[in-house]
Write a protein that binds this ligand. Sequence first.
Ligand SMILES: O=C(O)c1ccccc1NCC(=O)[C@H](O)[C@H](O)COP(=O)(O)O
Length: 211
Amino acid sequence: MVKIKICGITPNDDMAQLAELKPDFLGFIFHNGSPRDISDCVHKIRFDLLPKGISRVAVTVNQPIEAVKELVAEFGFEYVQLHGDETVEYCAELSSFAKPIKAFRVSDVLPANIAEYRQVCEYILFDAKGRKAGGNGCRFNQSILSEYHCNMPFLVGGGIGPDFAGLSYLDQIPMFLGLDLNSRFEVRPGLKNIDSLRSFIDKIRSYDKIS
Ligand SMILES: O=C(O)c1ccccc1NCC(=O)[C@H](O)[C@H](O)COP(=O)(O)O
């Protein structure tokens, strides 16, 4: 089954409505400068409305490991998604208290060092290289993923929107895990479009049923 991660949830979003969509992961951004940054308002997030089956992902960029540890302990994040230059050693340390997802920002080639992260990360995320650390809303050349031969499941993000039609291609790649949805499903930065998410997720679930 194709997993769904909805990323960039803020207090503007209705957590009960998001929970009804039954995504596998919800991502929360802790990065100064992002329109989805919740660093200063994380206490307003209604984590209590999230059923257990939806995993919480903290998204960070080059944060000191102790700060990440505090976030995980206080808000119950199961995963931490890393969007900076975090090393294998950093991920190894992180893996003692949360499941690391290392993001690789790509355009036309796969990074040479992905395999080094295999022992210490749960998953990786392929995201589009852009001006910002994430949430750029643009695609990368997904044909490079057919060259991916690492034994570690991966998510695909970067400009995935309601018009996305590449699922049957991705689904043939052995370690493909699921899709990451963000800025192309927003009414405005920091507010998700629930109707648009619902119809896209329905489409993915019906693909799951017939494939
Ligand atoms: O979304 C952000 O603003 C963001 C800022 C800093 C680091 C990571 C960020 N997002 C992480 C994600 O997982 C996004 O979903 C991913 O970059 C894809 O975003 P989009 O291209 O908008 O679909």
